[in-house]
Design a protein around this ligand. Structure first.
Ligand SMILES: Cc1cc2nc3c(=O)[nH]c(=O)nc-3n(C[C@H](O)[C@H](O)[C@H](O)COP(=O)(O)O)c2cc1C
Length: 155
């Protein structure tokens, strides 16, 4: 079984809902299993058992949360080199793709061994506390299925 870990933060629950829908999409692909967790619960020394890593964050002040940024800073030590990675964010108003672009840049600098296999997924929320805009959950499922399919092709 190929295993993916989806590591996210979420203040109001929308990024969590997105992470769950991505996991659902990944789990639809036979032979792939997705696990959800938050940065504080991750032991970097044990990340090597996963075959792919996904990172999700709400857009806070134009970028990822402090917790996710700190996590990416340390990710290079995790033994995930060469493995597939992808990021997603939730945003309000006009900050489409702003946080995912910054996360991708930071990943390139701090964990250059990881291989970004899909463009970052940026998901609109309708208000500060959500909910996600119409159609966004379907995009999450599709994103998950696509990455899981790539993981299987690599296996
Ligand atoms: C402290 C804070 C700063 C935020 N700054 C931005 C911002 O700069 N741009 C933006 O599009 N949304 C911003 N938002 C809105 C969040 O992106 C939105 O609350 C989030 O997508 C909801 O996700 P969550 O339910 O997972 O917390 C901000 C929210 C908070 C709490």
């Amino acid at each position: 079984m190929a295993k993916a870990i989806i590591i996210f933060e979420s203040k109001y629950g929308n990024t969590r809902t997105a992470a769950q829908a991505i996991a659902e999409g990944m789990n639809q692909v036979a032979g792939v299993e997705a696990f959800l967790t938050e940065p504080r619960d991750v032991d970097l020394n044990r990340l090597g058992v996963f075959d792919a890593v996904l990172l999700g964050s709400p857009n806070h002040m134009g970028g990822a949360t402090r917790g996710i940024k700190k996590f990416i800073d340390n990710l290079g030590k995790s033994g995930l080199g060469g493995k597939p990675a992808a990021v997603f964010d939730t945003y309000l108003a006009k900050d489409f793709e702003k946080a995912v672009k910054k996360m991708e840049k930071q990943l390139g600098e701090k964990a250059p061994g990881l291989k970004l296999v899909a463009p970052g997924l940026s998901l609109k929320v309708k208000g500060m506390k959500g909910p996600l805009a119409e159609g966004e959950l379907a995009r999450c499922v599709e994103f998950g299925t696509g990455i899981a399919t790539l993981m299987k092709e690599r296996a």
